[in-house]
Design a protein around this ligand. Sequence first.
Ligand code: ADP
Length: 246
Amino acid sequence: MTAILKVAGVSKAFGGVQANRNVSLEVEAGRIVGLIGPNGSGKTTLFSSIVGYHPIDEGSIRFEGQEISRLRVVDIARLGLIRTFQQTRIYGGMTCVENMLISSSQRDARLLDLFQARSPEREERAGDLLDFVGLYPKRKLEAGSLSFGQQKLLEFAMALMNQPKMLMLDEPTAGINPTLINGLIDRLKRANEQFGITLFVIEHNMRVIMNLAEHIYCLAHGELLADGRPEEVQNDPRVLDAYLGA
Ligand code: ADP
């Protein structure tokens, strides 16, 4: 087994709140791995630490063998590790294609403008990926006119524009209607199978994560509580207790 991501002994506190304590986990390359746990158990904090959003207090985070815990978000994104769905970051006044074209790991710094971003290759890839998420017919519409769920699909396609090796998705199905949820699960699985992208997914919807992930980690009170195949984790008494006690 080859771990693309190795988290070892990571701790992070905010003031007096120990959000993560000595968390160690591995994500195998090419897999879909889930992260669950009651509200406040430290899932989002762990994701933020991994992608360089804030410094960790202790521990090590390795992506493809390289220590990344001191790198900036943009540098981690350039290595191919990208987080999405934390919030929808699309420009409502631009068309879907234009949003795709300006999508880049550097877009936080707004280094690319639309003019620079246009190239036949990028435009073709934008069209192909909009087709992949089922938004090709809407490519020339303003992104602001899409439904919330469609905007999530657009954001997913925008993340794929950067050809990531690994995507970290923070509650991808939150706020999406059940029909689109099934479409999104299908697209996530296909991105994993067809493009070989490793997925690490925080998800509250148990039906979704049990259907999607091959391996699941469960956090409680900032610490790793259990991990295993979905059916093992689902029936683990410690996991049931953590949810019932939450
Ligand atoms: P989850 O994603 O599992 O709901 P979080 O990682 O968001 O959990 O939160 C874990 C704990 O850390 C919570 O007690 C939360 O209040 C606290 N926390 C998270 N982010 C911050 C922050 N920026 N400042 C202070 N406390 C925070």
